[in-house]
Design a protein around this ligand. Sequence first.
Ligand SMILES: *Cc1c(COP(=O)(O)O)cnc(C)c1O
Length: 344
Amino acid sequence: MPAQDIVDLRSDTLTVPDAGMRAAMAHAEVGDDVWGEDPTVRRLEDEMARLLGKQAAVFVPSGTMGNLACVAAQTRPGDEVIADAQAHVVVYEVGGAAIVAGVQLRVLEMENGIPDAGAIAAAVREPDVHQPVTTLLCIENTHNRRGGAAIDAAQVHEAAHAAHARGLRVHCDGARLFNAAVALGVAPADLVTQCDTVTVCISKGLGAPVGSVVAGDPETIVSVRRWRKRLGGGMRQAGVIAAAGLYGLEHNFDRLADDHANAKVIADAIAGCPGATLRRPAVATNIVMFDTEASAAELAAGMREHDVLVSAMGPRTLRCVTHLGVDAAGVSRAAAVIARVLSD
Ligand SMILES: *Cc1c(COP(=O)(O)O)cnc(C)c1O
């Protein structure tokens, strides 16, 4: 079975750099970034800060490290951090916030992925000698495990306002913030004006092989930079990979809309299937999540037999993610295979 016939919808992290991106990497001007001397890294940081409406930014090896450094930079050990129960920082970061930052995560079950003002008011601890001090709200946009939901600016503003009113800082895990911006038809900066820090991945929809960028105010970014070094994330001639991010911003940003259109083709095919219930966020992006009556692992294995790869996100939950490695023809073939296996 030739590799090019496989339609891989397991994740948008599976994208590989194309010839143009590899050429940009090969020709990148570099220096020692820990010394602040890599011009390409600095260009990526400046460009991302501009796009996100922030004054400063720092390139980090992964979104996980970016989130952890932001939590650590904005809390003290023993503090409490509020996050949705399905947030990446809660589910997929190996307890880093607890081990490294020494904070306690207080999780809220928010169907739409973001707490409203009332939920935040109820979750912030009283100034009581028995209780931890609540100092940070983490939101996620788009929200991966809430079906790739794009959270609109009004919802972000409500949550951030409620948090700030109680003295909390606000961090946005915007691994896929650009997907949210494209789906909502707004500038990325509009979704984080009220957020103190934001992490954005270049290694997903933009197609770069490695890396994320954290943006925020200069003072906080100095602290995040120090945490990056402490965590072992100080990189030397990192311009080679930052160049891929710059290339991705230039060539792969606008086409995120294609990924959303492709995801809709898959969602529409699943919507008509018995035995599957589609999770429908108010604003969908490049992620399609659905609950199944049969075992997710068995269904995924059945799809794999037809060269369509999807990921099991739970015993009865499957996820498909569209990205630049999957074209419209691949998507329609995948949609047909998924519908056939679900209807068997
Ligand atoms: C991918 C992702 C991250 C970061 O992942 P890394 O693999 O560490 O770069 C963070 N948050 C969300 C929601 C993600 O999907």
